[in-house]
Design a binder for this molecule. Structure first.
Ligand code: IPM
Ligand code: MG
Length: 375
């Protein structure tokens, strides 16, 4: 019998609420699917920050390295910790620490989920965003400087308004050849696995970001040449954002630098019915655990009310089970989620219903277990 060790960071806000449903569904499917698992809860995030002055301990990455996978609910609570603390805390530290360079965000609307567009029909949309997740503007280089600081003398001289400022900030992005290549390569491999169109669209912006994005474009062209069986194209990020709304059915696999991918995937979450429906996986090359987290944040506005939609987390659980090699369990969880959303009887308020997070989780757990038992 296979056995998996899973590190769980439930985090802040609605994080613990949706993670409770993930654990419920995991518990329901493990036995009928024939695997064992062990979870360890790490209480990291903003509450931990308030007590300890940092969002996780210094040896957190070493601790997590012993696990087969990491499931993260959500981190962030502006009421108790500044925004820049939450982000650079667990989420980015884990992505960077385990070199999880490919953030995979599938966009396939579920029948029955709220859908915002007049056209196309939701079932015409089925694409995946592969977001670079370890470099670009996220590396955190730069600083805040007084205009008379000799370190920024040349920069301040570039513009009158810089000189007139009480402070200027530099935020430096790093785009590497190998870092771009590995994620672009992954996007092409994913396109090869998918039925149908086999198209990779690159999100770029060389007309304004001439260094980083021209390197990205060169690597993209190079990788595209190595995959003649896959079609390829590039779109500037602004035009691509419009296409996500006007012609989302024309997309198959989208590969994007870190920040562009971040923004695009909240936009694509809207196509799914909101952030409550958007799953994601952070994958590296397999030496280290991957991290699975819903795209949504901690939603402090609805936290504590028990009304967060657990769909995104449970679809994320399905991605984790698939990655752990538990295909049957993964399919059962995904199908159970689909069937509850399609039936529309148990619906959280974001779907226009009055059900709780727990009611939806219980419904999904029950169906997933039944499906496995029937096999
Ligand atoms: C996401 C989030 C994170 C990101 C934040 C929490 C740092 O928005 O996973 O999309 O920007 O990557
Ligand atoms: Mg985001």
């Amino acid at each position: 019998m296979s056995s998996h060790r899973i590190a769980v960071i439930d985090g802040d806000g609605i994080g613990p609420e949706v993670v409770a449903e993930v654990l419920r569904v995991l518990d329901a499917v493990a036995e009928p699917a024939g695997f064992e698992y062990e979870t360890t809860l790490f209480p990291w995030g903003c509450r931990y920050y308030v007590e300890h002055g940092h969002t996780m301990p210094a040896d957190a990455i070493a601790m997590l390295a012993h696990y087969d996978a990491i499931f993260l609910g959500a981190v962030g609570d502006p009421r108790i910790a500044p925004e820049e603390v939450a982000g650079v805390g667990p989420v980015l530290a884990i992505r960077f620490g385990f070199d999880q360079y490919a953030n995979i965000r599938p966009v396939k609307p579920l029948p029955g989920a709220p859908y915002p567009l007049a056209r196309p029909a939701p079932d015409a949309i089925d694409f995946t965003v592969v977001r670079e997740a370890t470099e670009g503007i996220y590396v955190g280089l730069g600083g805040r400087f007084a205009p008379d600081d000799p370190q920024v003398a040349e920069i301040v001289a570039m513009r009158k308004v810089f000189e007139q400022s009480s402070e200027i900030a530099l935020q430096t992005g790093v785009f590497s050849e190998a870092g771009s290549r590995r994620v672009i390569e992954r996007a092409f491999l994913l396109a090869e696995e998918r039925d149908g169109r086999r198209l990779v669209t690159s999100a770029t912006k060389a007309n304004a970001m001439k260094h980083g994005m021209s390197l990205w474009n060169d690597v993209f062209a190079d990788v595209a040449r190595e995959h003649p069986d896959v079609q390829s194209e590039w779109n500037n990020i602004d035009a691509l954002a419009m296409r996500f709304v006007l012609k989302p059915e024309s997309l198959d696999v989208v590969v994007a630098p870190n920040l562009f991918g971040d923004i695009l995937t909240d936009l694509s979450a809207a196509l799914l019915g909101g952030l409550g429906f958007a799953p994601s996986a952070n994958l590296g090359d397999g030496h280290f655990p991957a991290m699975f987290e819903p795209c949504h944040g901690s939603a402090p506005d609805i936290s504590g009310k028990g009304i967060a939609n657990p769909t995104a987390s449970l679809l994320t659980l399905a991605m984790m089970l698939e990655r752990l090699g538990e295909q049957a369990a993964a399919r059962a969880v995904e199908d159970a989620v689909r069937s509850v959303v399609a039936a529309g009887e148990v619906r959280t308020p974001d779907m226009g219903g009055a059900s709780s997070t727990e009611e939806m989780g219980r419904a999904m757990a029950g169906i997933a277990a039944e499906m496995l038992a029937e096999r």
